[in-house]
Design a binder for this molecule. Structure first.
Ligand code: KIV
Length: 264
């Protein structure tokens, strides 16, 4: 039986239920195929690719062209999960017109079905303009990595009243969900209780309406230090290393290629 396609309105309707939303990042075709075979709800082409795929210290240098490229790789593979693409740094902050055009590129050229952008009350109008253009928007509050310099590093955000106010401002828009990153669980729980749209947490405790993690942290593929709030569910880094060592050994011993790999 063909699995039901996940849509932005379907995610919006999952507020407060007993079926938490699950989201993982994804940056290419191979992982897109594998992850789409699971029950994951959302695949996020995150600008975290700047760190985990490109090896930068932060996500600030990621360009629109790079996001469109990675988005295409993922959407070529994915049929069931909802594909959301991140708006990279400076693709939406300069003007609303820019924001709508760039969101449109992620949909039109990249095949994304929704976009995500960072910010609170300051991006309210931008969210409204993008949703008016028919593009579903996921918002993102708390430890917003594109503001790394303003925050003085990747720091847990603890100003409760400001965070609640920002979340309320987002809740007045047509955004279909809100990512809460790097905030105390108590504040995330309060926001989740007080707003109507589903919250999706990363480093925001267990009381959000869903959870998201960066794929390379989950799989043990990230070369750097993963944040304390992430969890490694497998160690593909080590598996890759031992597979490469086994290949090298077999070639040196003359065991590979064998007869079964050789044409007569
Ligand atoms: O870019 C990203 O991976 C993200 C998630 C951490 C939510 O924004």
């Amino acid at each position: 039986m063909k699995a039901t396609k996940v849509t932005a309105p379907a995610i919006r309707s999952r507020k407060g239920g007993d079926n938490p939303v699950t989201m993982l990042t994804c940056y290419d075709y191979s992982f897109g195929r594998i992850l789409d075979r699971t029950k994951i709800d959302i695949l996020l082409v995150g600008d975290s690719l700047g760190m985990v795929v490109q090896g930068h210290e932060n996500s600030l240098s990621v360009t629109m062209d790079e996001m469109v490229y990675h988005c295409r790789l993922v959407t070529r593979a994915v049929q069931r999960a909802l594909v959301v693409a991140d708006m990279p740094f400076l693709s939406f902050q300069v003007s609303t017109e820019d924001a709508v055009r760039n969101a449109g590129r992620l949909v039109k050229e990249g095949g994304a079905e929704a976009i995500k952008l960072e910010g609170g009350a300051a991006v309210k109008e931008t969210i409204e303009a993008i949703t008016r253009a028919g593009i579903p928007v996921m918002a993102h509050l708390g430890l917003t990595p594109q503001s790394v310099h303003q925050m003085g590093g990747f720091k847990i955000q603890r100003e409760e009243e400001r965070l609640v106010e920002e979340a309320r401002a987002i809740d007045q828009t047509e955004a279909f969900s809100l990512v809460l990153e790097g905030i105390p669980g108590r504040i995330a729980a309060r926001i989740t209780r007080e707003i109507d749209m589903p919250t999706i947490g990363i480093g925001a405790g267990p009381d959000c309406d869903g959870q998201v993690l960066v794929l390379h942290d989950v799989l043990g593929l990230y070369h750097g230090k993963s944040p304390r709030f992430s969890k490694r569910f497998a160690n593909l880094g080590e598996l890759t290393e031992s597979a490469a060592e086994a290949f090298i050994e077999e070639v040196k011993r003359g065991d590979f290629p064998g007869e079964e790999h050789t044409f007569k």
